[in-house]
Write a protein that binds this ligand. Structure first.
Ligand code: IMP
Length: 200
């Protein structure tokens, strides 16, 4: 079984990754197993740049196969804000949601998408980067209590429930993270033989 680090301290993301990678030939450990590790500054200008920064930094510290993601919400009528600033948009989840709803007040266009970019680093280099997206709309009021972040105000296309009203299993079938991790799994399966040689 290949050991892989999920370079995150975010417990919600980690739970989603553990479920998404369940059944794969991978043992997932997280940065919680490396308490001394200091996360790098996310000073990239794109999801890709930030995912690379996090994956490289994690890989340099832990020296095993590492993946990291950068994700966020892009709202069309807000020029794709908050985007890479999603976690820094306000102090906490309710305040972040309140800010989105306030800025969208009176705007008809509620189109939005979640983006997740996962980068994989190995031997101090980025070996691959994959993007997942899910499209939907922002509703007027938060609904539901599952998930995290902006889930209560995001209704994915083809559904009438918000991400926070869907079960984790349902969200994991269609989410931006699921979409990106599918590509990661394919890549790891295809490349594992090569990586295994280098790892041993
Ligand atoms: P980061 O990738 O840790 O920099 O932060 C991503 C931020 O985007 C999170 O803190 C959430 O606010 C938001 N976000 C990313 N993915 C999701 C999701 O699946 N549901 C709700 N919010 C999300």
């Amino acid at each position: 079984m290949t050991k892989i680090i999920a370079a995150t301290h975010n417990q919600h993301k980690l739970e989603e990754y553990r479920e998404l990678l369940d059944g794969q030939d991978l043992e997932i450990v997280s940065l919680n197993d490396y308490p001394e590790y200091a996360e790098p500054e996310e000073n990239g200008k794109t999801f890709e740049e930030n995912a690379n920064i996090k994956a490289l930094s994690g890989a340099n510290y832990c020296d095993i196969l590492t993946f990291a993601d950068d994700s966020g919400l892009e709202v069309e009528a807000l020029d794709n804000a908050p985007g890479i600033y999603s976690s820094r948009y306000a102090e906490n989840d309710p305040a972040r949601i309140a800010r989105i709803l306030k800025e969208l007040d009176g705007k008809e266009n509620r189109r939005a998408r979640f983006v997740c970019v996962i980068s994989i680093a190995f031997n101090k280099e980025i070996v691959a980067s994959f993007r997942g997206e899910v499209y939907g709309k922002i509703i007027d009021e938060p609904r539901g209590s599952n998930g995290f972040g902006y889930d209560p105000v995001f209704v994915p296309d083809g559904f009438d429930k918000s991400f926070a009203e869907l079960s984790q299993k349902e969200k994991n079938k269609i989410s931006h993270r699921a979409n990106a991790i599918e590509k990661v799994i394919e890549f790891v399966e295809d490349e594992m033989a090569i990586l295994d040689d280098e790892l041993s």
